[in-house]
Design a protein around this ligand. Sequence first.
Ligand SMILES: *[C@@H]1O[C@H](CO)[C@@H](O)[C@H](O)[C@H]1NC(C)=O
Ligand SMILES: *[C@@H]1O[C@H](CO)[C@@H](O)[C@H](O)[C@H]1NC(C)=O
Ligand SMILES: *[C@@H]1O[C@H](CO)[C@@H](O)[C@H](O)[C@H]1NC(C)=O
Ligand SMILES: *[C@@H]1O[C@H](CO)[C@@H](O)[C@H](O)[C@H]1NC(C)=O
Ligand SMILES: *[C@@H]1O[C@H](CO)[C@@H](O)[C@H](O)[C@H]1NC(C)=O
Ligand SMILES: *[C@@H]1O[C@H](CO)[C@@H](O)[C@H](O)[C@H]1NC(C)=O
Ligand SMILES: *[C@@H]1O[C@H](CO)[C@@H](O)[C@H](O)[C@H]1NC(C)=O
Length: 819
Amino acid sequence: MALLPAMFLSLNLLFFLSQISHATDTISKSQPLLNGSTLVSKDGTFELGFFTPGSSTNSYVGIWFKNIPVRTVVWVANRDNPSKHKSNMLSLNKEGNLVLLSQNRSVVWSTNATTMVLNPVVQLLDNGNLVIRDEKDNSNSEDSFVWQSFDHPCDTLLQGMKLGWNLKTGLNRYLRAWKSWDDPSSGDFTSGVKLGVNPELVIWKGSVEYYRSGPWNGIFSSGVFGFSPNPLFDYKHVQNEDEVYVRYTLKNSSVISIIVLNQTLYLRQRITWIPHTRTWSVYQSLPQDSCDVYNVCGAYGSCVINASPVCACLEGFKPKSPQDWNQMDWTQGCVHSEPLSCGVKNRDGFRKIAGMKMPDTSHSWINQSMTLEDCRVKCLENCSCTAYANLDTSGGGSGCSIWFGDLVDLRVSESGQDLYVRMATSDTDAKNNKHSKKLVSLVSITVSLVLLVLLALSYIFMTRKKCKENGIWTKEKDDGGQENLELPFFDLATISNATNNFSIDNKLGEGGFGPVYKGTMLDGQEIAVKRLSRSSGQGSKEFKNEVILCAKLQHRNLVKVLGCCIEAEEKMLLYEYMPNRSLDSFIFDSERGKLLDWPMRFNILSAIARGLLYLHQDSRLRVIHRDLKASNILLDDNMNPKISDFGLAKMCGGDQVEGNTNRIVGTYGYMAPEYALDGLFSTKSDVFSFGVLLLETVTGKKNRAITCEENSDNLIGHAWRMWKKGIPEQVLDANIVDSSNISEVVRCIQIGLLCLQHHPEDRPNMTSVTVMLSSDSVLSLPKVPGFLIKNISIEAEQSCGRQESCSINDVTVSLLDAR
Ligand SMILES: *[C@@H]1O[C@H](CO)[C@@H](O)[C@H](O)[C@H]1NC(C)=O
Ligand SMILES: *[C@@H]1O[C@H](CO)[C@@H](O)[C@H](O)[C@H]1NC(C)=O
Ligand SMILES: *[C@@H]1O[C@H](CO)[C@@H](O)[C@H](O)[C@H]1NC(C)=O
Ligand SMILES: *[C@@H]1O[C@H](CO)[C@@H](O)[C@H](O)[C@H]1NC(C)=O
Ligand SMILES: *[C@@H]1O[C@H](CO)[C@@H](O)[C@H](O)[C@H]1NC(C)=O
Ligand SMILES: *[C@@H]1O[C@H](CO)[C@@H](O)[C@H](O)[C@H]1NC(C)=O
Ligand SMILES: *[C@@H]1O[C@H](CO)[C@@H](O)[C@H](O)[C@H]1NC(C)=O
């Protein structure tokens, strides 16, 4: 008897379920939204519903693009109030607020409308704005909304949304990143408009300023590139008594493009949907590069992205702490070389510096109608004024902007403008003084002549020296012999003591040129000691010289050489100790691999590229590494990579191992064809190794040297096949699939394949590689990568006659008898 009502009930329930699982276009008091159904905008672009992101078990209400197959959530109602229940309901309560009720009818989240209307309805507008308004009012004006989601942005800025302040109500609309890809709750990064006399767009990490755009200059901002003429969108900046905000509109209504604040590497991205590849493509990222990080170069330091080091003092300024500055610690910034004379007899002037991102406007003053000359006078008469510039650069420049106190966060920017920096007169290009101008140019001609002569001399010296060496060191610039770097020499007893008499417990590993031990000095400093193999071919004096040269190579992505020890047969190198060991211990390990997500790996690759670029071009010496591989990349506390073993090939007499000429140093799997076969090494053979390293980092797989077995698979070959099939992303390490951005990964693989080209001249140099990694520039298409060329594999087979060479993959070996 009791069976019948039960059946009836469940039938009823089924009917009910099939009824609710479709889209509606309004929510009203009588028509709530249940789990399973969605609210769709009239034109079908946006959809609101319940969702559970990634591996989360929480339930959220969100808005996403209805027609984009990659679920892209642009707004989350209850980001910080997740529902733990499976079935939830969104409805209007009797006060006219939208409430999210969970299974047990408790309120999970609610809107806070302050006004009430007679017949409230909830609608999702075509622009993605969720609004509560009166059923009868169709004016679609902002005033008619009792509440709108555009006033409570999450991490996404849609077209038409205002980012900034309503000064009347105090409402501040800003973006805040998701905590992670499967957790929409409030992350650390926020981005919005910083109020002040001259508002700017800022990204904060917590409460610390992380990036600023530079003040609005009529076009966009002196710090953001590529804005003025672009086919995609228009920016609008509004600043009046009531409001300060920016917003954008898309020029082509059929293009989908949004701005997302991300918790990862590139924080604020404009991404555009590419229908035929079904991916989001990154149009622009902020920060744009490492010069964009807030105040990297300190006060009066200017960041130039293509320079090395990137920071330099403005002309007329010198490092406040030269020692720190030379060690690339720029935080102290620069000071005037010549003190200002303000106050005594006002003898200061200004130096014009072109193409600058305007300094932080926290301490500044503006006037829209003043001319540049008025501006100069205004600045000159106040001793704390340090610089001035035009406020608006559109239409030839107008208005006045002046700064007080230290100028911070300066960089050279493509869209930069002229900044006039206060100097002692003796330090400026003396105004209107022809005589002194002439003098200056005479002096500079003389100086450059002297320099030329010096250069010519050093060139002769250098070529002479080069003839003697066939090695990897090439003296590029004469260092004047002045800076004789004090490299500490340690005695064997000290090192032996620090490493517990080279105890096996202290052994960190066996590198290419000998074992590495961990040591602790008496003062507690931790070091790594590399004990070079005894058979090293060099004499002590040459070795010492090489070590000193190596110690001069200082870059944040190179392991620091702390000293050395030479005693009798023993030669040892002392390095800084890297607690996180080497890259290979992460990427080739399925468990530890999880600790390095895609943004971290991308970061690591970019940093290695910069380190290698420094070795190749930026240091005074041109250094070819010759043994770049994952086990030679060490990681510090913050997982910043540092290249190790640079220069060792030379120090250990790489070309003369065991007295046999024509033997080469390197590692199977990483060697460029021309190096493996003919012993020809160049910066381009390092580029090849970088390509291998890149593929390994992306795939989590080791590249095997070509072995004797038939059909043995090789990572480069695999990546190339997938590339040809148009599915390069399939090679991705399963550990990073979730954290990765497909277009970034594909771009990376393409860069890797370009590095792996057969002919050295087809490979990019490291300058191009760093540019390709840090920008969205168009990449050329790779041809068949190096190892696949037939004669190479034949050669490799020949060398396989020696058993041991077939399987060795990651140990540095001497290799190949040349023909
Ligand atoms: C909603 O209902 C569906 C079944 O209709 C269920 O699979 C899902 O887990 C529920 N919860 C959420 C958050 O959608
Ligand atoms: C409803 O469920 C939530 C979470 O499980 C709980 O915190 C709350 O006390 C419950 N409310 C009622 C009225 O049972
Ligand atoms: C609404 O106001 C309450 C109390 O002032 C606050 O706790 C809640 O976070 C607010 N909700 C929203 C969505 O702003
Ligand atoms: C707008 O974009 C669509 C799709 O990308 C394109 O087909 C169309 O030509 C564009 N229209 C204009 C006016 O650029
Ligand atoms: C701006 O400059 C103009 C012209 O010099 C002057 O008349 C005006 O008072 C100034 N405004 C402010 C706010 O100082
Ligand atoms: C110079 O400008 C600062 C900052 O606006 C102001 O506090 C100070 O009074 C000014 N000094 C003079 C002499 O005008
Ligand atoms: C952040 O950026 C990464 C890489 O571009 C992307 O894979 C990820 O989905 C983004 N996360 C969010 C929350 O947008």
